[in-house]
Design a protein around this ligand. Structure first.
Ligand code: DQA
Length: 204
């Protein structure tokens, strides 16, 4: 799960780790100043990107995607930490861990997107804004991929743009956190996950 160290002296990507005792503490109040911090979480089989069904997922490896995300984040003064796991419970633990550190989550849950109430519950529980991303267009593939269990708990979904889905996801997460910070500046309110179900249809 752990990945390469960020470049020295930069605010680059660092791996999320699951060993923090603080993960049982309640969600902290949103930070309204300081560098924006984003957790990037990748689910099962995404470690195989580059060689996995390249016709569908492209030839860019996960390491390449993360390097480009880090480059873009560093350029904007944003700190990234990322992790990939093939295990559902570990993804839940990583989401919980993010609440002690991150301002937002970018997540590609892989196949758990379509099945995991536990991951959906974790997103709801931590209350962090989450952007769901997919390399492929999940609406243009097999029927079972068409429904995302987690989407209704996210602020939005970006699907079908290959590796660009992650970069667009970074833009979306940053825009959301920046807007939230601006509005907190005006109202003094705490950050909330504004992706909660808004309509009956979306809660399916
Ligand atoms: C995916 C789409 C999922 O349906 C699939 O199970 C994946 C990858 C994507 O990025 O396109 O593992 O999340």
């Amino acid at each position: 799960m752990a990945r390469a160290r960020p470049p020295k002296g930069s605010r680059g990507r660092r791996p999320l780790r699951q060993t923090s005792a603080r993960s049982t503490q309640p969600t902290r109040a949103a930070r309204t100043r300081g560098p924006i911090k984003i957790a990037v979480l990748h689910g099962p089989n995404l470690n195989l990107l580059g060689t996995r069904e390249p016709r569908i997922y492209g030839t860019t490896s996960l390491a390449d995607i993360e390097a480009e995300l880090t480059r873009r984040a560093t350029e904007r003064g944003v700190e990234l930490r990322s992790a990939q796991t093939n295990f559902e419970g570990e993804l839940v633990a990583l989401i919980q861990l993010a609440r002690n550190w991150a301002d937002a989550i970018i997540m590609n849950g892989g196949a758990y997107t379509h099945t995991s109430y536990a991951i959906r519950d974790a997103i709801e529980a931590v209350g962090l804004p989450c952007v769901e991303v997919h390399l492929s267009n999940i609406h243009a593939r097999e029927a079972f991929r068409e429904h995302s269990v987690t989407a209704a708990s996210c602020i939005g979904v970006i699907t079908g743009f290959g590796a660009n889905s992650y970069y667009l996801g970074l833009d979306a997460a940053l825009a959301h956190v920046e807007a939230t910070r601006r509005s907190h500046g005006k109202t003094g309110k705490r950050q909330q996950n504004t992706g909660r179900r808004r309509s009956k249809r979306a809660s399916g």
